[in-house]
Design a protein around this ligand. Structure first.
Ligand SMILES: *Cc1c(COP(=O)(O)O)cnc(C)c1O
Length: 476
């Protein structure tokens, strides 16, 4: 391997194939050529293979176990979608290629925008943004630009405390001031309380639906009426779309702007700061303000339109995170309308199954029914100073990834569980057994074990605070 690379690099000129039928000859100028041989380590192929295989076995992944991470939709995603996103014809594209040579790519984007409109009830979508939070940011810039265009000075955004944490952050980043709104015990919003904080300076109200307690906002028609009568817009945080597909459409119930997370609902796993995509959808009156470029179709030709004078401009290099877009496209086309509804129905069913098994043993602040996820507040039953963090660490010993903990912030010692539609009843039952055993039995009888957990993992309990304050960023 090392020898081959040495030879290639010392030749100065070599051809590599981008596509099976296109060859590019690269001439390396003399002054850039290396004068000494590359000092690559020499290692047996079998040792290298074992090294990486053993490293991967130390990791925890969806391919090894259950990942009930609330607010993140860590579900099984068909491997064939990953494979399709790695097709050479897509991977080898150059970002500056002429539009005439990427018609297939533009068609995928155009079609996906249309499908997301159909799923959400919005009129237009843009796929540029590389995360849910960036979608929120784009949506808020659009809202700001819209009010500027009609000469209204609106500088504030109402954000309930049951919204996702990125909402107030994105609104602040987009230049707005936040008006916090206290939610009820199940995370819902009382229209009366909304009226109290609403002024003519409010540009929009941002709702996370289902909210961070896993419940569907029951007062949307009234909230929408109050907001629009005040001249404010309604924003839907749709990162939790896994709960509602084929059942309800935000565009039909009064929302003007929304984002969805392709990484979560549509076949890209979420987490680890990996590649994401947070498309935004808007109602027609906001279309002129959408990010550039817009994918357009004339006759059978697809083009990129950069000429939209009212647009908020460009937010991400080139066309967005195309492999994530492609996986979402394949996922939606493969499942179809019925299949997507089936996904949401089973995601909600699985969560309610778990909630039904746990609600008599623990406090469940969201109530006895939930959407795709729910929150457990085990504080009142935890003995011996055991905390939610200890429970989460101990779950690792039983072979489960820990659920989201200490979120939402409005619940003390919160544990947020999202089983998703792709888990079997056996897996859910095994998790419930371990969860109940740890909290009701081990915490009482073996508290020391919980404080020391995890015991069976390749690495024991880390000092998170120390790791964050003095990170070691170098190997050896
Ligand atoms: C995950 C999530 C977000 C943020 O998405 P990122 O891609 O992580 O930026 C926003 N709102 C909700 C409800 C989420 O679950």
């Amino acid at each position: 391997m090392g020898k081959l690379l040495n030879e290639l690099s010392s030749q100065g000129s070599f051809a590599y194939a981008v596509n099976s039928d296109v060859e590019i000859d690269v001439q390396i100028p003399e002054n850039f050529k290396r004068t000494s041989k590359l000092n690559l380590p020499s290692i047996a192929e079998s040792d290298l293979l074992r090294h990486f295989t053993n490293l991967s076995r130390k990791n925890y992944a969806l391919s090894t176990g259950f990942y009930p991470l609330g607010s993140c939709t860590m579900k099984y995603n068909p491997l064939i979608n990953e494979r399709i996103s790695k097709f050479n014809n897509f991977v080898a594209l150059h970002p500056y290629q002429y539009q005439g040579t990427i018609q297939g790519v533009l068609e995928v984007m155009y079609e996906l925008e249309k499908d997301l409109c159909e799923i959400s009830g919005m009129d237009y979508f843009s796929l540029q943004q590389s995360a849910g939070a960036q979608g929120e940011f784009a949506g808020l810039l659009i809202i700001a630009k819209y009010f500027k265009s009609i000469n209204q000075k609106r500088t504030k955004i109402v954000v309930p405390d049951s919204a996702h944490g990125t909402n107030p952050a994105s609104a602040t980043f987009a230049g707005f001031e936040i008006i916090p709104l206290k939610s009820e015990s199940d995370g819902s919003i009382l229209p009366k309380k909304l009226k109290e904080v609403l002024t003519y300076e409010v540009a929009a109200i941002m709702l996370t639906v289902p909210n961070t307690l896993g419940t569907f906002e029951k007062n949307i028609p009234e909230i929408s009426k109050i907001a629009h009568e005040n001249g404010s817009l309604l924003y839907y945080d749709g990162a939790n779309l896994n709960a509602i597909m084929g059942v309800i459409r935000p565009g039909d119930i009064g929302f003007d702007v929304m984002h969805v997370n392709l990484h979560k609902t549509f076949s890209t796993p979420h987490g680890g700061g990996g590649p994401g995509s947070g498309p935004i959808g808007v109602k027609a009156f906001l279309e002129p303000f959408m990010p550039l470029p817009r994918v357009e179709k004339s006759k059978s030709k697809f083009t990129l339109n950069y000429n939209k004078p009212k647009s908020i401009g460009k937010l991400k290099a080139f066309l967005g995170n195309f492999p994530v877009i492609l996986k979402a496209y394949v996922y939606i086309k493969a499942l179809g309308a019925k299949g997507l509804r089936n996904v949401s129905e089973h995601a909600v069913l699985n969560a309610n199954y778990m909630l039904a098994k746990l609600k008599n043993k623990f406090d469940v602040p969201g109530g006895s029914r939930c959407m795709h996820e729910f929150v457990v507040a085990p504080k009142s039953v935890l003995k011996n100073n055991i905390r939610t963090l200890d429970v989460a660490k101990r779950l690792l010993d039983y072979g489960f990834h820990a659920p989201t903990i200490y979120f939402p912030l409005i619940v003390d010692e919160a544990i947020m569980i999202e089983p998703t539609e792709t888990e079997s009843k056996e897996t859910l039952d095994a998790f419930i057994d371990a969860f109940v055993r740890i909290i009701l039995k081990e915490a009482e009888q073996e508290p020391q074990k919980l404080k020391e957990a995890p015991i069976n993992t390749p690495i024991g309990r880390l000092n998170d605070v120390e790791a964050a304050r003095s990170p070691v960023l170098k190997w050896k």
